[in-house]
Design a protein around this ligand. Structure first.
Ligand code: ARG
Length: 470
C-alpha cells in the first residue's frame, strides 16, 4: 500500500478516485436510491447486455469479453430473482450495485462494461424500459376492466334507472347506457396511454453523461436490441428530461379521476338509500362495532388513492420545473412518485376488473327510483311540442302538472287523463305510452342515445374496438 492510499479512508470504488475523505455516513444514506431503484434491476441488466453487445459489435469489447459480461449479468439476474443478491447502500444505486457485483463475479472484464456510457443515460434508459413494461401491463388491466363493463352493459341494456343531473332525478336512462359512459372514459384513458408510450419508447442510451461519447458507438444496435422505436436525438435532452414520466402521471391522474367517479357512484348505489347494486362480500369489509355494516371499501379506496396519484403528478412537474440542462441529482426523485403511480393505477384497475363481473344489479329498485321523481316530464313536454305547442309553453304546462303531482304525491304516469287535461286539452289517451319508462328510453333511439337498441349496438362496437387491440 502506498503512503497516500494508507491515509485515505474507504472510498466509493466507482467514483472515489478524486476524493480525500469518505462520504459522511448520513450523506451516504441520504443520497442513495438503491432501496427503491432496485425495482429496475431487470431493466438495468437488459440495458447493460444490449450495451455490451453493441460495444462488441463495434469492436470496443472483444467477443469473449462480451460473453463473459453477459454470462455474469445473467447470473446476477438469477441472484436477484432468487432474493440472494446483497444490496448495499454504500454502492448508492441499482446501477453501481450490479456493476460492482459483476466485477466481483467476473473480475477485471466487469470494469469494462461502463465504457462509453454514464449512469445518466443508463438511468434514463432504465426508467423508460420500466415504464414501457408498466404501461403494457396497465393496458392489459384496462382491457380486462373494459371487457367486464361491456359485458355488464349488454346484460343490462334494458334495465332502467333514473338518470341524474345535479344528483336530482332527470330522465330515465338504461343502466347499460350508464356503464358504457364509464367505458368511454376508459377508451380515452387507453388512447392517452398508448400515445404516451410512443414518447416513452425512445432511447437515451448513447447520450453518456451529457455530450455523447468518444467511442464509435452504434445506437441503432442498442435501440433494436432493447425494442426502442426511436433514439433520443439530443444527448443533453436525452439524459435530463423526464417529461415522458410526467406525461404518464398525467394520463394516470386522469384515469384515476375517472375511476374515482365510478367509485363515488358505486358507493352511493351500494347505500341503503339508493340500494341499486350489491357489491360482492369479498370486495367489502365489516365494522368492528356496528354488526350490520358492509362497507364498500374497494371503491372508497380507489376514490381515495386518486389523491396520491394527483400528488405524484404535481411532484414530478415541480421536480422538473426550472432544472437547467443536463442531468441533475434532482432527477433521482422521479422514481418513487412514478413507481407509486404505476402500482396504484395497476392495482385499482385490477381490483375493478375483478369486481365488475360480480356486481349484482337491483333492477327493481332502479326501476322504482326512475318511476319516482317525474323523470318523464321532458317526454310529456316533447309530446306537446309534437302536437304543435311551442317548447317554452309546453315546458310551462308540464311544470304546472309536476307542481300538481308534488302536491298530490302522484307521478305523471299515475294521473288520470282528466287530471292531465287540466293543464292542456291537447293531451289525449296516447300520452300514457309516452309517460312509460320504456317509452321514454326507447324514444331516444339515435347514436349515443339511451335506447336499449342503441346500447346493444354501442356495446358491440365497443367490443369490436377492444378486440382490435394488438
Ligand atoms: N441514482 C441516480 C438517479 O436515479 C443515477 C444517476 C446518477 N448520476 C450521477 N451523475 N450522479 O438519478
Amino acid at each position: 500500500m502506498s503512503d497516500s492510499s494508507k491515509n485515505k479512508p474507504a472510498q466509493n470504488i466507482q467514483w472515489g478516485g478524486r476524493f480525500t475523505e469518505a462520504t459522511d455516513a448520513f450523506v451516504q444514506v441520504f443520497t442513495a436510491s438503491v432501496d427503491f431503484d432496485q425495482k429496475m434491476a431487470e431493466q438495468d441488466i437488459n440495458g447493460s447486455i444490449a450495451h455490451a453487445t453493441m460495444l462488441a459489435e463495434v469492436g470496443v469489447l472483444t467477443q469473449e469479453e462480451k460473453t463473459t459480461i453477459i454470462e455474469g449479468l445473467e447470473a446476477i439476474r438469477l441472484e436477484i430473482r432468487n432474493g440472494e443478491f446483497e444490496w448495499s447502500v454504500a454502492l448508492e444505486d441499482v446501477h453501481m450495485n450490479i456493476e460492482a457485483r459483476l466485477t466481483q463475479r467476473i473480475g477485471i472484464t466487469g470494469k469494462k462494461l461502463h465504457t462509453g456510457r454514464s449512469r445518466n443515460d443508463q438511468v434514463a434508459t432504465d426508467i423508460r424500459l420500466y415504464l414501457r413494461d408498466a404501461i403494457d401491463a396497465i393496458l392489459c388491466e384496462l382491457t380486462r376492466l373494459q371487457t367486464g363493463l361491456v359485458d355488464l352493459a349488454e346484460r343490462e341494456a334494458d334495465t332502467i334507472m333514473p338518470g341524474f343531473t345535479h344528483l336530482q332525478t332527470a330522465q330515465p336512462v338504461t343502466f347499460g347506457h350508464h356503464i358504457l359512459a364509464w367505458n368511454e372514459m376508459l377508451f380515452r384513458d387507453y388512447e392517452r396511454l398508448v400515445d404516451c408510450r410512443k414518447r416513452v419508447n425512445r432511447m437515451p442510451l448513447g447520450s453518456a453523461a451529457l455530450a455523447g461519447t468518444t467511442y464509435p458507438i452504434d445506437r441503432s444496435i442498442t435501440a433494436r436490441l432493447l425494442g426502442f422505436d426511436e433514439i433520443c436525438e439530443n444527448s443533453l435532452d436525452g439524459v435530463s428530461d423526464r417529461d415522458f414520466a410526467i406525461e404518464f402521471c398525467s394520463a394516470a391522474a386522469l384515469a384515476m379521476t375517472h375511476m374515482s367517479r365510478f367509485s363515488e357512484e358505486l358507493v352511493l348505489w351500494a347505500s341503503a338509500q339508493f340500494d341499486f347494486v350489491d357489491l360482492p362480500d369479498r370486495f367489502c369489509t365489516g365494522s368492528s362495532i356496528m354488526p350490520q355494516k358492509k362497507n364498500p371499501d374497494v371503491p372508497e379506496l380507489v376514490r381515495g388513492k386518486t389523491g396520491r396519484v394527483n400528488g405524484h403528478l404535481i411532484s414530478l412537474l415541480t421536480l422538473m420545473k426550472s432544472q437547467c440542462l443536463a442531468y441533475n441529482k434532482d432527477n433521482q426523485e422521479d422514481k418513487e412518485p412514478l413507481f407509486d403511480t404505476v402500482d396504484t393505477l395497476f392495482n385499482c384497475l385490477r381490483a375493478y376488473a375483478d369486481m365488475m363481473p360480480a356486481i349484482q344489479v337491483k333492477k327493481d329498485n332502479m326501476r322504482e327510483a326512475a318511476r319516482r321523481g317525474f323523470s318523464t316530464a321532458t317526454d310529456l313536454a316533447d309530446y306537446l311540442v309534437k302536437k304543435g305547442v311551442a317548447f317554452r309553453d309546453s315546458h310551462e304546462i308540464v311544470g304546472k302538472a309536476v307542481g300538481y303531482g308534488v302536491a298530490q304525491k302522484k307521478d305523471l304516469a299515475e294521473m288520470s287523463l282528466q287530471e292531465l287535461q287540466q293543464f292542456s286539452d291537447i293531451i289525449t289517451d296516447d300520452v300514457f305510452q309516452v309517460l312509460t319508462l320504456e317509452g321514454s328510453v326507447n324514444a331516444r333511439n339515435h347514436l349515443g342515445g339511451t335506447a336499449p337498441a342503441q346500447v346493444r349496438a354501442a356495446a358491440s362496437r365497443a367490443r369490436a374496438k377492444i378486440s382490435a387491440r394488438g
